[in-house]
Design a protein around this ligand. Structure first.
Ligand SMILES: Cc1cc2nc3c(=O)[nH]c(=O)nc-3n(C[C@H](O)[C@H](O)[C@H](O)COP(=O)(O)OP(=O)(O)OC[C@H]3O[C@@H](n4cnc5c(N)ncnc54)[C@H](O)[C@@H]3O)c2cc1C
Length: 301
């Protein structure tokens, strides 16, 4: 039996695992990959890497340590986690069963795709899912935001502060009634395209055009130096949906000690209901979850 199983090999899970190893816990990290979403980033012409806070230095350091310590990792997909009397069993997709006294869930989120021609081709080439990370780079640029609700409006509002122009495709009527929605409606450099949907994205090496169509079949071509798909993030929390409390959107509820509602189960990073989806936040949350798990385990060590 392990002391601790960490599920997820992104910034939160890697950091938690390395902290647990330093505390000399008998730990296993189970993940489909190492690095998580840090394996992707938005590539833009004329942007130097120092202009973006990617936070990958510490993540890459922890990743290489874990690659070296191969007995501490298992590259598998986890299906579910169940509680026994005094431990937890982690079930992997290939039928494996692994037991631990405590579990940290750090499985991140997945984005909603548009599922239109050109999207996969230009993914990370001018087309991205994280205005939170990149909006300040778009000074005097033309941008497009696609999405219905508060996430899209928040991204459009942040872009509107610096960009030359922002086209917002598909915001709902309800979202436009909010204070942020009203600000966008009034902004001179923002065009709201509520009844349009994206039909394809085009470019030349980098995405530079978003083609949209309305219900009457009218088509427009929106020119964009940067396009942000902000249709929401879906937490990868299904494996513990019966074990811990989730919020209305499926994010794992945690307190300031990374405790979930089930003692012995901790969670960290994008899969939780904490603000905000950033690498350095996930790293910090991973530290906290590992230290809290250590305190939980201490009476048994
Ligand atoms: C394109 C893009 C660019 C970004 N750019 C930046 C940036 O410049 N700066 C910044 O700070 N943030 C950026 N972000 C956000 C940042 O990457 C995330 O906030 C961060 O990676 C979250 O870390 P995490 O460990 O919580 O989750 P993730 O990085 O999502 O890692 C989750 C891990 O869990 C594993 N996993 C999931 N489900 C299972 C399962 N069932 N079984 C086993 N393993 C599983 C995955 O394989 C992965 O290893 C960007 C995000 C995207 C999508």
């Amino acid at each position: 039996m392990y002391d601790l199983i960490v599920i997820g090999g992104g910034p939160a899970g890697l950091t938690a695992a390395i902290y647990a190893i330093r505390k000399r816990l008998n730990v296993l990290l189970i993940s489909e990959d190492l690095g998580g979403k840090t394996n992707y980033h938005l590539d833009l012409p004329d942007v130097e890497s120092y202009q973006i806070i990617r936070g990958v230095e510490v993540v890459n350091k922890f990743k290489s340590e874990l690659e070296y310590l191969d007995f501490t990792r298992l590259m598998k997909r986890v299906e579910r986690v169940e509680k026994t009397e005094d431990s937890f069993v982690v079930y992997t997709q290939d039928g494996g069963e692994l037991e631990a006294r405590a579990v940290i869930v750090a499985t991140g989120t997945r984005q909603e795709w548009l599922d239109v021609p050109g999207e996969r081709e230009y993914l990370s080439k001018g087309l991205c899912y994280s205005a939170l990370s990149y909006a300040p780079l778009f000074i005097d640029k033309d941008t497009v935001v696609v999405g219905e609700d508060d996430l899209a409006l928040r991204s459009a509002a942040e872009l509107s502060v610096v960009a030359h122009h922002v086209d917002v495709v598909g915001p709902s009527a309800a979202a436009l009634q909010t204070p942020l929605g009203q600000k966008l409606v009034r902004a001179e450099n923002v065009t709201i395209l509520s009844d349009y949907r994206v039909t394809r994205v085009e470019g030349n090496g980098y995405c530079n055009t978003v083609v949209v169509k309305n219900n009457h079949g009218q088509e427009k071509k929106l020119m964009a130096d940067g396009t942000f798909i902000e249709k929401g993030l879906r937490p990868n929390s299904q494996m513990v949906a019966r074990l811990v409390e989730l919020d209305a959107k499926g994010f794992i509820k945690v307190d300031s000690y990374s405790h979930t509602t089930t003692p012995g189960v901790f969670a960290a990073g994008d899969v939780t209901n904490i603000y905000a989806e950033q690498v350095l936040v996930a790293v910090g949350e991973g530290v906290k979850a590992a230290l809290s798990a250590y305190d939980y385990l201490l009476p048994h060590l």
